[in-house]
Design a protein around this ligand. Structure first.
Ligand code: PGA
Ligand code: MG
Length: 247
């Protein structure tokens, strides 16, 4: 199993939860760009797909800006870039199936957890909060990835981009999660890296928390006016003043 980038953070003492979580009962987390840095594997699958179709392969930086609206849109953006025009639907469908096969074969080869993810989820879970995962990634990839990083047990509900009739930025997946647990949306928080997370959260009536290190089509997340921008997930936890590192 992969190690988190910042193991030292394990030894920081946490005293409680950030004030933005006061009175909250449910936290919805985005996946790509929030919990995991998945672009290396997404870019590899896109490159293999285009290569198989005899098209030019994009750089990882290009793919990073195409992530956020789910796999069909990622493939459409890649084909439009390679063909310099919108793809025909039969060709796009073939490319999509090829991408799904390549990504499904290696969703965790190069993907890493962002620092502090595991201990933050554990602390929030131990504090009795209901944690749900709401991603635009196709649902079939959620379990293999969360299992690989041993995070699946923290989430009581996982919703993918193809689980419901709408995906983020539509509020439906968020409203579905709140409704599942009969929790008022004013007691819910959406944590994500892209404008789609923030837009869905605002429309649903969730408090919105943004991380600036993920994938937001190359734009600053502040432009989406989230309620709070953190630099790392561990900031959802309050550290004891003058906390000492024991390792
Ligand atoms: O699959 C995508 O396009 C993005 O997925 P996310 O919603 O977890 O960021
Ligand atoms: Mg994301």
């Amino acid at each position: 199993m992969k190690q988190e980038g910042n193991d030292k953070v394990h030894s920081i003492l946490y005293s409680g939860l950030h004030s933005v979580l006061q009175g909250k009962r449910l936290i919805a987390f985005d996946l790509d760009g929030t919990l995991i840095d998945s672009v290396p594997d997404l870019a590899a699958a896109v490159s293999r797909t285009l290569n198989e179709l005899d098209l030019d392969e994009p750089s990882e930086a290009e793919v990073r800006d195409w992530v956020g609206n789910g796999a069909p849109m990622l493939v459409e953006r890649a084909l439009t870039w390679a063909l310099q025009t919108a793809p025909e639907s039969a060709f796009q469908e073939r490319a999509f199936q090829t991408f799904m096969a390549h990504y499904g074969a290696a969703p965790n080869a190069l993907t890493t957890l962002y620092p502090g993810v595991r201990q933050t989820l554990r602390a929030l879970h131990d504090n009795g909060l209901t944690l749900v995962l709401i991603t635009n990634k196709p649902a079939r990839f959620i379990e293999p990835i969360l299992n690989h990083f041993e995070l699946l047990d923290y989430f009581t509900l996982c919703i993918g981009g193809d689980s419901l009739s709408e995906k983020k930025p539509h509020p439906l997946p968020l409203l579905h999660a709140a409704d599942t647990y009969q929790i008022s949306t004013s007691e819910c928080v959406m944590v994500g890296d892209s404008r789609h997370d923030i837009a869905a959260g605002k429309t649903a009536g969730f408090t919105t928390v943004a991380l600036p290190y993920g994938y937001n089509h190359g734009e600053p997340i502040e432009d989406s006016h989230p309620d709070l921008v953190l630099s790392s997930l561990t900031e959802l936890l309050m550290t004891v003043p003058h906390a000492t590192r024991t390792a």
